[in-house]
Design a protein around this ligand. Structure first.
Ligand code: ADP
Ligand code: MG
Length: 318
C-alpha cells in the first residue's frame, strides 16, 4: 500500500508523546480507518529515508498481539509518518484512568501479561525483534478485549533517537538495569519493563514516584539531574515488589501469584530473569488459564464497559 498525505483525512487527535503525535485518520482510497503517528525528530534526510526502509520489515509482523502496520513515509515538512491499525479503546495508560483507583482487575492483568508475553515471543522468535519500549501507552486495547503491542524498535536509528528524547523528559523509567548501565541487553529487558508496568496497573500508581526527593524534582520540571538520580536508583536499589504491600482498593494483600510473577520479572540480574517464552510455559502460574479462555467472558464484559466510559469521555471533550 503506497501511502501519502493527499489520501489522508484526519478525524481526531488520539494523543501525543515526547516525540510526536497520533491521530485517527481515514485513508480515502481504501476507506480504511487508521492511526497515524507523526514523529518529529531532527535527523538528516538520508537517515530518515533509511528509517523508512528499515520500517518495511513491519509489513511482515503479523500476529494477533501486534498492531498491524500499513506503511510509512517522510512527509514534505520533513517529519516521519507511520500509519498503523487503529485501536478503538486506546492504550492502557488512558484506560487505567477509567478504572476504580486506577487499578486493573486481576483477570485483566493476567490477560495483559499473556498478550505482552505472546507478542514479545512472536517478535523475537519470528523476526529477532526486541520491543525496547514496553509501557502502558504502548499496549493498546480493542473493544473485544484484545491487547496489542505498538511502537517497537525495528529501526536502530529511530530507537536511539527516540530513547534519547524520552530519557531527558523522564519517561524512560521502564528501562531495565542492564540497559541503563549500557550493558548488552536483550528480550529479557522487555520482561523487566512489563513487570514494572504490572506493578503500576495493579497498584494504581507509577512505580518510581513514591516518597522520594529524586522524584519531586522529576515531577517539577524534570531536569536531567532528577532523571540521572532516578536511573541510578533503578540500578542500585532492591527491585519494586507488591509482596507485603497493601492493595489500596481491598485493603488486603495483593494476589500471591501476581506478586510471585512480578517478582520473577523484576529480577535485576538478567541472566537469572526469565524470557517471555519461559514465562508463557510456566505451569500453575499467574497466567495459567488465559490460553484456555478461562477469563474471556470477564475480559469481554469489562472491555465493553471501558469502551462505553471511553466514548462518554471523548464525547464530553468535544
Ligand atoms: P506515548 O506512547 O509515549 O504515549 P505516542 O506518540 O506513541 O506516545 O502515542 C500517543 C498516544 O496515542 C498513546 O498514548 C495512545 O493512547 C495513542 N495511540 C497510539 N497509537 C495508537 C493506535 N494505533 N490506536 C489508537 N490509539 C493510539
Ligand atoms: Mg507510543
Amino acid at each position: 500500500l503506497k501511502l501519502n498525505n493527499n489520501d489522508i483525512v484526519t478525524l481526531k487527535s488520539l494523543g501525543a508523546g515526547n516525540s510526536g503525535t497520533v491521530s485517527k485518520i481515514l485513508h480515502v482510497p481504501t476507506q480504511k480507518i487508521m492511526a497515524k503517528k507523526i514523529i518529529h525528530i531532527d535527523l538528516k534526510t538520508v537517515i530518515k529515508t533509511q528509517i523508512i526502509r528499515e520500517l518495511r520489515i513491519l509489513h511482515e509482523c503479523q500476529s494477533p498481539y501486534i498492531i498491524e502496520f500499513y506503511g510509512a513515509f517522510v512527509n514534505n515538512n520533513n517529519t516521519i509518518v507511520i500509519c498503523m491499525e487503529y485501536c478503538n479503546c486506546s492504550s492502557l495508560d488512558k484506560i487505567s484512568q477509567l478504572c476504580d483507583g486506577r487499578q486493573f482487575p486481576l483477570y485483566l492483568l493476567k490477560k495483559v501479561a499473556y498478550a505482552i508475553l505472546s507478542g514479545l515471543t512472536y517478535l523475537y522468535t519470528a523476526h529477532k525483534i526486541i520491543h525496547r519500549d514496553i509501557k502502558p501507552s504502548n499496549v493498546l486495547m480493542t473493544h473485544k478485549g484484545e491487547f496489542k503491542l505498538c511502537d517497537f524498535g525495528v529501526s536502530r536509528e529511530l530507537t536511539n533517537s527516540l530513547a534519547m528524547a524520552d530519557t531527558f523528559v523522564g519517561t524512560s523509567t521502564y528501562m531495565s538495569p542492564e540497559r541503563i548501565q549500557g550493558l548488552n541487553y536483550g528480550v529479557k529487558s522487555d520482561v523487566w519493563s512489563m513487570g514494572l508496568m504490572l506493578v503500576e496497573l495493579a497498584s494504581g500508581s507509577p512505580v518510581w514516584s513514591e516518597d522520594d526527593d529524586a522524584d519531586k524534582s522529576l515531577a517539577g520540571n524534570g531536569g536531567p539531574e532528577g532523571i540521572l538520580d532516578l536511573l541510578q536508583r533503578i540500578v542500585n536499589e532492591t527491585p519494586p515488589t507488591l509482596t507485603n504491600r497493601t492493595n489500596p482498593l481491598t485493603k488486603g494483600p495483593f494476589d500471591p501469584s501476581l506478586c510471585a510473577f512480578i517478582d520473577s520479572c523484576l529480577i535485576k540480574n538478567d541472566s537469572v530473569r526469565k524470557s517471555p517464552w519461559d514465562l508463557l510455559q510456566e505451569e500453575n502460574g499467574f497466567i495459567s488459564g488465559v490460553a484456555e479462555g478461562v477469563y474471556d467472558k470477564d475480559v469481554k464484559s469489562w472491555a465493553k464497559k471501558i469502551r462505553k466510559l471511553h466514548k462518554d469521555k471523548t464525547e464530553g471533550e468535544k
